[in-house]
Design a protein around this ligand. Structure first.
Ligand SMILES: [Zn+2]
Length: 236
């Protein structure tokens, strides 16, 4: 059983005591958690005093780590992830039935194990599924609107580094499912862009006119994606 402690109700952090055969006390700060490794029989008071004395260093360390984490997408308890452009706080719940569910403000990840790899995998599978549901049917709709539904053969999903979407001569459209984190207007622009290639396989004036006919704000949305797209990549 983990031994979670707090020195007082106003003390700024909790910490966990892990006792083992070791000979001295040591503090580890990682992922927003404070861990004290202690010899088996060290009195609790000694440990508490040790933590109190190291308080400033621990707070600094917690702050520093928070700053570093903020700069990247991390799929973990309490972190934020955007879905359809709206930030949601991740809540991890241990469960045999693995599932991801989204509400207005939260993203619940039900996982057998709370490990970064597991959460990342569950999140990605879920996001890909959502992309499948939304982007496939939306592509058919837009293709129909553009009078090229007969040319759209297949919609596939890949996590490609270089681009958000791609349209092949054979009528296969490929999207990066990470785009589902962007606002809906941005996703829709991406869909209009790729479907417009079913009419024009280039980036000519005629191509952009086609894009504009369905998506008048395309320039703004294209810029948004260029400036913000990197935030959807996890560094895990
Ligand atoms: Zn293009």
């Amino acid at each position: 059983m983990p031994e979670i402690c707090n020195l007082s109700p106003t003390f700024p952090f909790n910490f966990e005591i892990i006792r083992s055969k070791r000979k001295s006390l040591v503090i580890y700060v990682k992922s927003g958690n404070v861990e004290v490794r202690s010899p088996r029989n060290t009195p609790k008071k000694w440990i508490h005093e040790f933590v109190f004395e190291k308080k400033d260093w621990i707070l600094e360390e917690l702050e520093r780590q928070k700053r570093h984490f903020r700069q990247r997408l991390v799929i973990a308890e309490g972190r934020e992830v955007t879905y359809l452009g709206r930030p949601r706080t991740i809540v991890v719940l241990i469960s045999d039935a693995q599932e991801v569910r989204v509400t207005r403000d939260f993203l619940f990840i039900y996982a057998r194990k709370n490990s970064p790899e597991k959460l990342e995998l569950l999140f990605n599978n879920w996001l890909k599924e959502k992309a499948h549901e939304y982007m496939t049917s939306e592509s058919r709709k837009v293709a129909k609107q553009l009078g090229v539904e007969h040319k759209l053969k297949k919609v596939v999903f890949r996590k490609t580094k270089s681009k958000w979407g791609h349209c092949c001569q054979n009528g296969t459209i490929q999207y990066n499912w990470l785009a589902m984190m962007a606002p809906k207007e941005v996703i829709n622009y991406l869909i209009v862009h790729e479907c417009s290639h079913l009419r024009h396989m280039d980036h000519s004036k005629r191509f952009w006119n086609t894009v504009e006919s369905v998506c008048p704000r395309f320039k703004e949305l294209r810029n948004w994606l260029a400036e913000n797209g990197h935030r959807f990549w996890s560094r895990q």
